[in-house]
Write a protein of this length. Structure first.
Length: 169
């Protein structure tokens, strides 16, 4: 198993999206790279913690590779916009990919270089090793499963697409 962390704006949609992918075995929403230990949502939304809403994704490398996960993740974000995705605005909604190994870092950089070819504006998605990760409050976990009509900046059609694409390999 491997672990990667994705920040794609509001973590509700990113988590729900990642859970659809065959080979993803676990997800958890939380706050990454905070300067405050174990911040609450109330603290994170002030911007003072420097934390970003992030999804911890555990995946089986024998079933799904990182490059595939990255390509699906890129469908859910605008990587050229800083500190905003959809209606969510603030530093906690910046996009980011936080890796756990140098091998992942190399794959991420290659994927971003390829992605950049499709954009005129520079990609501003943050890429760095995960510094820390604190689990978000329980009501945020699996939010869109608990609240199917809840707000999500990710187009709901992409959830079915992720399931379909990942099963076809």
């Amino acid at each position: 198993m491997a672990t990667i962390y994705f920040a794609g704006g509001c973590f509700w949609g990113t988590e729900h999206f990642m859970k659809q992918i065959y080979g993803v075995t676990d997800t958890e929403v939380g706050y990454a790279n905070s300067v405050v230990e174990n911040p609450s949502y109330g603290e994170v939304k002030t911007g003072e913690t420097q934390a970003v809403e992030t999804v911890k994704v555990v995946y089986d490398e024998a079933v799904v590779d990182l490059r595939f996960l990255l390509n699906l993740f890129f469908l859910t974000i605008d990587p050229t916009i800083k500190n905003r995705q959809g209606n969510d605005v603030g530093t906690q909604y910046r996009t980011g990919i936080y890796y756990t190994t140098e091998e992942q870092h190399k794959v991420i950089e290659a994927a971003l270089a390829q992605l950049q070819k499709g954009y005129d504006a520079p990609i501003v998605t943050e890429v760095m090793p995960i510094g820390n990760f604190y689990s978000a409050e329980e009501y945020h976990q699996d939010y869109l499963d608990k609240n199917p009509g809840g707000y999500c900046h990710v187009n709901p059609k992409l959830f079915a697409l992720a399931r379909e694409m990942s099963r076809k390999g």
